[in-house]
Design a protein around this ligand. Structure first.
Ligand code: SAM
Length: 208
């Protein structure tokens, strides 16, 4: 396996990441993602390009592709087995790289992270916020686990692999031209379209 700098990258590139992709599949997840992105995208204008950081096997991107069929879609993913699945989705560009090493050579209308910042080494967040800001032409969507102050919680028996905090608030502090467009919560016991208790924030760059 390729060498990574953080224990969190090794964790996701290896067996835990392979098993995650096996566990998290299916039409119900795509249905829930379609409901979520219908809401989020309805608050946006003129999105024709999207990148998802940590796209796994593409269950968000499949949903987004049905909502924005003309958009060009890019996926960044560290786990090689997940990348194999991503490459089966027609017309998406896939990079098998870590967000911590990726140097984009273009910008996208929407930069998305969903359930990914929560798994990064907290010391690297500043770099990741900069990456997401620089890669965005207009919108940034952060759908993660919210907590007003940073906390680490055990993740399936593993330490140092899951962190909750106010990712969107920290980004708005770091980049004052980001405007909050909307936000929301999706409960794991939602009657129709559950998510894993995520809180999403849609931010827009006022200067670009
Ligand atoms: C919890 S999953 C979420 C997947 C997807 N975003 C979703 O909402 O279903 C986290 C994903 O991020 C990927 N990932 C974790 N760290 C990464 C990194 N540093 N760079 C790129 N991908 C990463 C993992 O391999 C995994 O596919």
């Amino acid at each position: 396996m390729k060498k990574y700098n953080t224990e969190q990258e090794k964790f996701w590139a290896g067996r835990f990441g392979d098993e995650y992709s096996q566990r998290n599949q299916g039409k119900n997840i795509i249905a829930s993602n379609t409901a979520l992105f219908t809401k989020i995208l309805s608050k946006t204008n003129s999105i024709s390009s999207i990148i998802e950081m940590g796209a796994n096997i593409g269950l968000n991107l499949i949903a987004i592709k049905t909502l924005l069929p003309g958009a060009s879609i890019t996926a960044l993913e560290i786990n090689p087995k997940a990348v194999k699945e991503l490459k089966k989705i027609p017309c998406i560009k896939v990079y098998n790289e870590s967000m911590l090493e990726y140097i984009p050579d273009r910008k996208w209308d929407l930069v998305l992270s969903k359930g990914v910042l929560i798994h990064q080494n907290p010391d690297k967040l500043e770099k990741l916020y900069q990456l997401m800001y620089d890669a965005s032409k207009s919108y940034i969507c952060i759908a993660e686990y919210y907590n007003p102050s940073p906390v680490e919680i055990p993740y399936r028996g593993h330490k140092n692999k899951l962190f909750k905090r106010d990712f969107a608030g920290e980004m708005m502090d770091a980049f004052p031209d980001l405007k909050l467009i909307d936000y929301g919560f999706v409960y794991h016991r939602d009657n129709n379209f559950p998510q894993d208790d995520i809180t999403w924030f849609l931010l827009k760059k006022l200067h670009f």
